[in-house]
Write a protein that binds this ligand. Structure first.
Ligand code: SF4
Length: 90
């Protein structure tokens, strides 16, 4: 994992800015240090998507990722590829 990934991931996992992301209080990934949301292989990707699958704020997270064009990582139950597909579908 590179420094950029660390910074982004720590924001939501460890210390989410709840003034900007009020929904992050309920994030299933909050405090989850066993799962990386910047997966490097299919197994890590599947693990992250499984956490998102049980997350009560998945729609808010995905809306944030789409609105801010988050290019990297798993957000709102989507991979980078998935979000590119959604963006193209409009
Ligand atoms: S949808 Fe996934 S990445 Fe987003 S807050 Fe929930 S668990 Fe975290």
């Amino acid at each position: 994992m590179n420094a950029l990934d660390d910074t982004v991931e720590l924001n939501i996992v460890d210390d989410p800015d709840t003034s900007e992301w009020p929904w992050a209080v309920y994030a299933a990934c909050r405090g989850d240090h066993d799962t990386t949301f910047f997966p490097q292989n299919r197994a890590e990707e599947a693990a992250a998507l499984a956490v998102c699958g049980a997350c009560p704020v998945r729609e808010d997270c995905l809306a944030h990722a789409m609105a801010t064009n988050e290019r990297f990582g798993v957000w709102g139950g989507t991979t980078e590829r998935g979000r590119r597909k959604l963006a193209r579908a409009g």
